[in-house]
Design a protein around this ligand. Structure first.
Ligand code: FES
Length: 120
C-alpha cells in the first residue's frame, strides 16, 4: 500500500521525516486518521535502508510494539511482535515464526530522496 493511499495519510511527495531522524536500528511511528479509521505505521531503519509497515500484527490485529521505536528483537535481525513473540523478516514483513507464521505485515511504500523519507 502506498503511504499516500492511507485514509487521512500523507499526500504523495510529502516528507514524513528525515532518514537521520530515525536512529539506526530503531523505528519511528506515524499515526493517521481518526476514530475507527486510525492507521498506525512504522518505519524501521537499518543503516541507509528503511522498511515501512502498518503497525498491526496479523495474529490479533493489535500493535506489535509496547515501547516507542522498539520493533526488533535483541539481535536487530528480525521485527518482533511483543505480544506473543512472532518474528518477521525485516525486508519482506513475512512472519517466520510464531502464531501468524506464513502471514505478512502490510508493507507501506515510501521512498528516500535527498535524505528525506517521502510518501509515494
Ligand atoms: S498479536 Fe502478534 S503474535 Fe500475537
Amino acid at each position: 500500500m502506498k503511504a499516500s493511499d492511507i485514509p487521512g495519510g500523507p499526500k504523495k511527495g510529502e516528507i514524513l521525516c528525515r532518514l537521520l531522524d530515525i536512529e539506526d536500528g530503531r523505528a519511528k511511528e506515524f499515526v493517521y486518521g481518526q476514530g475507527d479509521e486510525i492507521r498506525d505505521i512504522f518505519i524501521q531503519r537499518r543503516g541507509d535502508r528503511i522498511y515501512a509497515y502498518e503497525n498491526t500484527c496479523p495474529h490479533a490485529f493489535i500493535p506489535l510494539n509496547m515501547k516507542a521505536g522498539d520493533f526488533t528483537e535483541k539481535t536487530g535481525q528480525y521485527l518482533i511482535c511483543q505480544n506473543h513473540g512472532a518474528l518477521f523478516d525485516i525486508k519482506t514483513g513475512l512472519c517466520l515464526a510464531g502464531p501468524c507464521n506464513g502471514q505478512s505485515l502490510t508493507a507501506i511504500d515510501v521512498d528516500v530522496k535527498d535524505g528525506n523519507i517521502i510518501a509515494i
